[in-house]
Design a protein around this ligand. Structure first.
Ligand code: ZN
Length: 599
């Protein structure tokens, strides 16, 4: 059985659009990893969905006078549209608003409760007498008790930045009708993180040598400094997953508690949709399964502390509930390669202030691979990075077009013309030809070690360096002139360059899948490298939801063959008329795009 790889991707909130910061932070690195591991013949499951619950969705619904369901579906459907255009190959992208997710979340809740990791506690919360309901923090505004500003949200002051204890807010008002709420006692379930602290710390210590330092600092560092304390996991809300305990009607699980459970429920949904109801265990109860969590740094505590704590607390109880004869515990995260943030033109990206490059909007004007390229070379892996339109323009023209795209186009056009659309017969290769091929062959190992360590920036830089090596080789051998005096020498140079390009196509394919497929087809291969994503409407007790699925059928990477290998190119093999892979951009786009931002 080949290695199981779970690529668990942050769940976008179904209440705001996706911008380049979100894409480079979590979604794109996940797809690069998933595609790379598929090339290796591993059993990949890339899972995520829309985080459809919580107050951001209900606030938006109230503002627009519609239902939370309509809000979440609108964003959810747009997410899928964007992911398909960008070529993100989720095995399943679903939603938290599904019967299956409700069921799995309830099971986990009950397992934690039965295993003694939940307790209840009372606290004071703002209650609207007019509406006869508790008001979530975001529904109450008032005066900050630190700085005295008015119109401040009850959980955090945007003016002085202080986190607020909602019940201390001065002169509170309901955002819904302006009425004055009163404090009332309410009871909630808490996750007993204190009880789980030692095991979570052990889990982190076992991984500290290979995790990113920032992730260890924000998790193990926090435990060492402050220890862990119980956190409420229920809310007085009606939009969400009901607490599965009698007498708790009208309360829901808190979003941060249930959304992470989607990594498990999503895989179960995938299994059910493929009529293999037990196959989720391949990723979730198989001790050899490796699970990667692709997230932004704001999500580190949830994925490096709280989610592992939930999994440890559940242990093998979930597998028992799912009818296992030999129950196994749920698999803990192997790596949480969280990224830092991306800024825009030197300033903090902000969706609410419209200071952003929006995914769908960008793809109206540009192709997906240039975005993928720029976001990978600029990925905020160890520190914040910056989207700069001038740099985007430069890198597109000088690297994608000049170094890689022109190389492929120039060599294939030349070969197509002079060898009538067939790969030239090289005869015996010269020393310089063998040296270039050895360099590219070694590239499979060097790019592999970066990808295995989730160093995607280094990986794509290495791939681009290899492309530059082929250009250098062509500058030396000069087949464009050789062909006039010694066609057999030119055949050796062009064959060697074509072989190198054919290999580089595989090396580039996790990063630049659209153009790699295009090149693959030009080179005359029938099977595409990767499969396709499809969408399906799934009906259940809660209505219906759209899912996006990855279908590997008919692709080179279907099955367990290792395709990350330098396969020999066949001399004499026919190929197709080439076309440029990338478009050269005009310098005017820099000013146009900056004007669009209002600079
Ligand atoms: Zn304040």
């Amino acid at each position: 059985m080949s290695q199981s790889i779970l690529v668990a991707v942050a769940w976008p909130y179904a209440s705001s659009e996706i911008h380049v910061g979100n894409i480079t932070g979590a979604y794109l690195p996940a797809d690069i990893l998933a595609r790379y591991h598929r090339l290796r013949g591993r059993n990949v499951m890339m899972v995520s969905g829309s985080d459809s619950h919580g107050t951001p969705v209900t606030v938006k619904a109230d503002e627009e006078g519609t239902t939370p369901e309509e809000i979440y579906k609108r964003y959810h459907d747009d997410f899928i549209k964007l992911f398909q255009k960008l070529g993100l190959t989720y095995d399943i992208f679903t939603s938290t608003h599904t019967s299956n997710h409700f069921d799995v979340a309830k099971k986990l809740f009950l397992a934690l409760k039965e295993n003694g990791y939940l307790y209840t506690e009372s606290s004071l919360q703002w209650y609207s007498l007019e509406q006869e309901r508790f008001l979530p923090d975001r529904y109450v505004e008032g005066t900050c008790y630190f700085c005295g500003r008015t119109g401040v949200r009850s959980d955090q002051c945007d003016f002085c930045g202080q986190l607020l204890e909602a019940e201390k807010l001065i002169d509170p008002k309901s955002k819904i009708d302006g009425s004055t709420p009163v404090l009332r006692e309410t009871i909630h379930y808490y996750l007993d993180l204190e009880k789980l602290q030692d095991r979570v710390a052990d889990f982190l210590r076992e991984r500290r040598d290979y995790w990113r330092p920032n992730v260890i600092r924000q998790s193990l560092g926090q435990i060492d400094r402050e220890g862990l304390h119980g956190r409420p996991i229920t809310r007085d809300l009606s939009w969400g997953i009901p607490v599965p305990v009698e007498g708790w009607e009208g309360k829901c699980m808190y979003v941060w508690f249930e959304a992470v459970i989607g990594y498990l429920s999503g895989v179960i949904e995938w299994s059910l949709l493929h009529d293999e109801p037990d196959v989720w265990r391949r990723w979730w109860t198989n001790p050899d399964s490796k699970t990667f969590y692709c997230i932004g740094k704001d999500n580190i505590p949830f994925h490096a502390i709280i989610w592992p704590a939930e999994l440890i607390g559940v242990g093998d109880s979930f597998d028992v509930m799912m009818g296992a004869e030999d129950p196994e515990p749920l698999v803990l995260p192997y790596d949480v390669p969280a990224n830092e943030f991306m800024n825009l033109e030197g300033h903090k990206l902000s969706g609410s202030k419209n200071w952003a490059v929006w995914g769908l909007d960008f793809l109206e004007r540009y192709d997906p691979d240039p975005m993928r390229y720029y976001l990978t070379v600029n990925m905020p892996e160890t520190r914040d990075s910056d989207w700069d339109w001038d740099e985007f323009y430069q890198r597109n023209n000088n690297e994608l077009v000049a170094t890689w795209g022109n190389l492929a186009n120039r060599v294939l056009s030349f070969a197509f013309k002079h060898w009538d659309g067939n790969v030239p017969e090289p005869g015996e290769l010269r020393e310089e030809d063998l040296a270039l091929l050895a360099t590219i062959r070694e590239g499979f190992s060097s790019v592999e070690s970066s990808l295995e360590a989730v160093k995607l920036r280094a990986a794509i830089q290495e791939a681009m360096r290899l492309a530059a090596e082929v250009n250098k080789y062509l500058d030396t051998t000069g087949p464009w002139f050789e062909v006039k005096t010694d066609k057999s020498a030119a055949a050796k140079s062009i064959f060697t360059a074509m072989q190198a390009i054919d290999w580089l196509k595989i090396i580039f394919s996790p990063f630049l899948p659209h153009t790699s497929e295009q090149l693959h087809a030009i080179l005359g291969y029938e099977k595409p490298i990767f499969g396709k994503t499809v969408t399906r409407d799934v009906a259940d007790d809660l209505g219906s939801h759209l899912v996006m699925l990855y279908d590997p059928q008919g692709a080179l990477t279907e099955g367990t063959d290792d395709c990350w290998t330098p396969e020999p190119l066949t001399p004499g093999k026919p190929f197709n008329q080439p076309a440029p892979l990338f478009k050269k951009l005009d310098a005017s786009i820099v000013e146009e795009e900056r004007a669009r931002l209002g600079v």
